[in-house]
Design a binder for this molecule. Structure first.
Ligand code: ATP
Length: 211
């Protein structure tokens, strides 16, 4: 599903990640590692929003040579989402529905299940961190991506929303074959999510362990 080769990333000439080769099969992958070990950097590179050297291919689509089809195949929810404060939740949903060519009714179903209808018309500047998190997660599920990247999706969610999110991941994976890479500092129980592999960032590289 995802193939990374000769990957190198530095910030201000300071090396952060060096991954000679990494191949992920279709599945749900959990990325863990201590603070500052490079989890967000790896997810942002796979999402195509930061520069790096090397190659990333998703189902054979090269991030550099075919950037538009590649970006259409990947959805990303950041750890601490930042949205324009003057837009409403409904406007963000509308933008992403168009950009991701989401089928009619898809967003509404997610919004109802997360009980977000009551504040969708408020400007995002007034959203709490949990409300922003839920919005970013709904946006990441829109359309039919091959891969969904979720950076720290579990933080700031209440227990009911967390159960809902686990259900969405299982459902999207089982019904559409969507793969996931999600970072989390807290352990993910196999009963909540069937984890195919664990990726551990340490010593400027990534080690893959069985799930
Ligand atoms: N924009 C940036 N400019 C400079 N250095 C950065 C930048 N972003 C990340 N870094 C550095 O890269 C390294 C990896 O950071 P990254 O955010 O990827 O780690 P992380 O594993 O996601 O951390 P955390 O668990 O704390 O979220 C850190 O040393 C960090 O200081």
């Amino acid at each position: 599903m995802l193939r990374i080769t000769d990957f190198k990333k530095s910030y201000h000439r300071q090396p952060v990640l060096n991954i000679p080769s990494l191949h992920l099969n279709s599945g749900i992958h959990w990325i863990k590692g201590v603070n500052g070990s490079g989890k967000s950097t790896l997810l942002k590179a796979i999402a195509g929003i930061i520069d790096f050297s090397g190659d990333i291919l998703l189902e054979g689509i090269n991030i550099r040579q075919q950037p538009v089809p590649y970006r259409k195949s990947v959805n990303f929810a950041e750890a601490e989402p930042l949205f324009p404060e003057f837009l409403t939740g409904r406007e963000m949903i509308s933008l992403f529905t168009t950009a991701k060519q989401a089928p009619p009714g898809q967003a509404t179903a997610y919004l109802e299940r997360m009980q977000m209808q009551g504040y969708l018309d408020q400007p995002l500047g007034g959203y709490s961190s949990g409300m922003l998190k839920k919005l970013s997660l709904v946006l990441a599920f829109l359309g039919h991506p091959t891969l969904i990247l979720l950076d720290e999706p579990l933080i700031t969610l209440d227990a009911a929303s967390l159960d809902m999110l686990y259900g969405w991941i299982r459902e999207k994976h089982n019904t559409q074959g969507t793969s996931f890479i999600l970072s989390s500092h807290q352990a993910i129980e196999q009963t909540a999510l069937p984890v195919s592999s664990i990726l551990e960032t340490a010593h400027q590289t990534v080690k893959q362990l069985p799930g």
